[in-house]
Design a protein around this ligand. Structure first.
Ligand code: PBG
Length: 320
């Protein structure tokens, strides 16, 4: 018989010979949450082994992660005082400079840049008096965040707000302030998704009114989803990203073809929690299912993966 698939499955060596999605550890990014609000760390419901921490605890966590060779991090910061106008970033700047002074170039530290953890209303933008999105004000606030984080020593900027023009606006302010080598990893195709539930609890960023459908993408639409990433490419993004990752695997290849940029996938909190909860009920094996979910995103063309399980990658057999 020709074209037999079983012929190449005889043993593990032969099966390994056929593998064509592989990982480097540094292509897995671990989110970390640092809050000004808490006395001691709290595990995030649904995302085992992930915590909202104070600054000191986050340093200990990174030390532990480094022992497991996890070096690439995405930082979320939750300040105590919510503001709609006069942001000062004191807390965030202290977090970034403390972590970077401690670990220097042993780690790569990205910062999520958004307004939703900072504002009284929990939206990713600012509003005018009539409660309409004030795009100019939002863009200048977001660019200002990016500049402040850069001054504090961040390694890369990851804007997640989905405002049109934010990548261009951030690129401009960075270039004008001698940060022309600061990379931007744009959350470029980000849906208004139901799968962000556990995250919003951790980041204290649930909108107090309405939803995010005025700026995040409609999951029923494909062409718009591709256009959103093309937009960020044209505005100067260095990396693009789809989110939720598992729920966007059909978009990775078309975006790569259209832009020529590398495209990552963010396995979001609800996707991760789905695996964790099924495992908790003994319905599947957590590590094996997680590894499979990562390979699915890789197979779909993901260059890098942001996952709450990144720190487990050594345990899952991903070496360097
Ligand atoms: C902030 C932001 C969100 C996530 C990453 N950055 C939530 C949102 O847009 O509501 C979601 C991450 C996750 O669910 O794991 N804008």
């Amino acid at each position: 018989m020709n074209n037999m698939l079983m012929r190449l499955k005889k043993n593990k060596i032969l099966r390994n010979m056929c593998v064509n999605t592989t990982f480097l550890k540094d292509q897995l990014i671990q989110p970390i949450f640092v809050s000004e609000n808490i006395e001691s760390k709290k595990e995030i419901p649904g995302i085992p082994n992930n915590f909202v921490m104070n600054l000191e605890e986050s340093i200990q966590q990174i030390e532990l992660d480094l022992k497991n060779n996890q070096k690439n991090f995405l930082l979320f910061m939750i300040p105590k005082k919510k503001e709609d106008n006069d942001f000062n970033f004191n807390f965030q700047k202290n977090v970034i400079s403390t972590i970077k002074n401690r670990f220097k170039s042993d780690i790569l530290l990205w910062a999520d840049v958004c307004l939703c953890s900072m504002t009284t209303h929990g939206h990713c933008c600012l509003f005018d008096n009539k409660k309409n999105i004030d795009l100019n004000k939002s863009l200048s606030a977001l660019s200002n965040i990016a500049l402040n984080y850069s001054e504090a020593g961040i390694d890369g900027i990851a804007p997640s707000d989905m405002m049109d023009g934010r990548t261009a606006s951030i690129r401009k302010i960075l270039d004008n302030n001698e940060y022309n080598l600061m990379p931007i990893m744009s959350y470029s195709t980000k849906f208004a998704s139901n799968f962000y539930g556990p995250f919003r609890y951790a980041a204290d960023s649930t909108p107090s009114f309405g939803d995010r459908k005025q700026y995040q993408l409609d999951y029923r639409n494909k062409s718009e989803a591709i256009r959103a990433s093309v937009r960020c490419f044209k505005e100067g993004a260095d990396f693009l990203m789809v989110k939720p990752g598992q729920g966007s695997i059909d978009l990775i290849e078309p975006i790569k073809i259209k832009t020529g940029l590398m495209v990552g996938a963010y396995q979001v909190s609800g996707e991760y929690a789905g695996i964790a909860l099924a495992a908790e009920k003994n319905l599947l094996d957590f590590n094996n299912a997680l590894l499979e979910s990562w390979h699915v995103m890789k197979r779909a063309g993901a260059q890098f993966i942001i996952s709450y399980g990144a720190r487990k990658s050594k345990e899952l057999g991903i070496s360097e």
